[in-house]
Design a protein around this ligand. Structure first.
Ligand code: GLA
Length: 393
């Protein structure tokens, strides 16, 4: 048994005891987006990869009329009576798995009493998809133990819907897709309009993937995110009066001059410029990866950050500082904020032998300038959501 499953089962025993039936264990990874930010809900391209960090779930039927949930990372427990539809729970983390239970209930699956214990090692609130990870691990477990027969694609959409409607975060489909389809040593190249995708080899050779948590919590994340989304919808509506498009992702860089003329608000011009140029960067970036041309890919990452900062305005001083410090250091191919923004993490490609000097420099200088402690991760890529096994505890 791997170490994380052991930690999880210890937590399960402490909370729910050892009597009862078999315990089913599942795992779902987190993800880091390499490039293609805020393009998913704009029908554009994204290029994330799943991580070896993730969320583990142990689940058991308990023969009672209660669903009990605990997390080894958050306060609890939560106790819920199975229903046809659920209301939001007072503990915010519970709403992610509960939103998924709600989706199963809405599809007329009968939910029996059960016990769920979660354990995760993804830094929370850092833009590494701890939300999609907890949703997808819950959906995959329910699908299996309720013999629901839903496909991976159904589960991806179900989880996105749960987050949009139950949690109220109008996210796109990238995170749930990456968690549902990820493959070790590969990035996911996804067209978010058609959902066609392919796995692209991600061989970094003498580079390392470094994730740095700024320590800045993403406080405005949900409201700022939903606001960006509605700005993009407004731009689509105005542009479509002249030339019908489904999404901003349908535009090319060569369309920008006439689109600029039509849009009468500077803020909308900026949003469109980000989405269109970011899409073009993903298409260039995906050409670099199979040949391990990390230096070329890195340049695109740095351009992406500039665009997210200036045009999409979802960065923050802490993320900008981390990117600036990385770009001034030796051996860095590129660096950018990753995920929704407003705090969270940066992703950087740095030569393996320059990784320690970079960390030391940031450890020294970043806290003095921000009052925050940075955290460093150099994770490997991971597999998609899966069942680990059935255990008698
Ligand atoms: C969050 C959302 C995703 C995506 C990114 C930004 O992670 O959940 O759907 O929009 O932000 O690229």
């Amino acid at each position: 048994m791997d170490e994380n499953t052991e930690v999880l089962l210890t937590g399960f025993r402490e909370n729910f005891g050892t009597t009862g039936g078999e315990v089913h264990v599942f795992f779902a990874p987190g993800r880091v987006n390499l490039i293609g930010e805020h393009t998913d809900y704009n029908g554009g391209f994204v290029l994330p990869c799943s991580l070896e960090y993730g969320t583990w779930l142990a689940i058991r039927f308990n023969g009672s009329d209660r669903i009990r949930m605990v997390s080894m990372n958050y306060p609890g427990p939560a106790e819920i009576k199975p229903r046809k539809t659920f209301d939001n729970y007072t503990l915010s983390w519970v709403n992610y798995p509960l939103g998924v239970l709600n989706e199963f209930a809405l599809r007329s699956f009968e939910l029996p009493g059960m016990e769920l214990c979660f354990y995760g090692d993804i830094p929370n609130d850092a833009g590494l998809s701890s939300s999609a990870s907890i949703e997808m691990v819950t959906a995959t477990a329910l699908n299996e133990i309720l013999l629901a027969g839903l496909s991976t694609m159904d589960l991806i959409r179900l989880c996105q819907h749960a987050e949009n409607e139950f949690v109220g975060m109008k996210c796109g489909i990238m995170d749930q897709f990456a968690v549902g389809t990820g493959k070790k040593n590969h990035a996911l190249f996804l067209n978010c309009e058609t959902l066609e995708y392919k796995m692209v080899p991600l061989i970094l050779k003498d580079y390392a993937l470094m994730i740095i948590n700024s320590g800045k919590k993403r406080e405005l994340a949900s409201s700022g995110y939903n606001q960006r989304r509605s700005e993009c919808e407004r731009a689509v509506e105005i542009i479509s009066r002249h030339h019908k498009i489904n999404y901003l992702g349908n535009l090319k860089e060569s369309d920008l001059p006439w689109v600029d003329e039509i849009l009468n608000e500077e803020v909308l011009r900026k949003r469109v410029r980000h989405v269109v140029t970011e899409n073009a960067r993903v298409l260039k970036g995906v050409e670099y990866l199979p040949a391990s041309e990390i230096a070329g890919f890195g340049r695109l990452m740095s351009e992406s950050h500039k665009s997210l900062k200036e045009d999409y305005q979802v960065s923050c001083p802490e993320l900008d500082l981390l990117v600036e410090m990385a770009l001034q250091a030796e051996g860095v191919a590129g660096s950018r904020m990753t995920g929704g923004g407003f705090g969270g993490c940066t992703v950087t490609f740095v030569k393996k032998d320059s990784a320690s000097p970079l960390m030391n420099k940031i450890k020294n200088d970043y806290p003095a300038k921000t009052g925050l402690q940075p955290e460093f991760f150099t994770p490997g890529t991971g597999e998609s959501v899966k069942k680990i096994g059935v255990f008698n505890i």
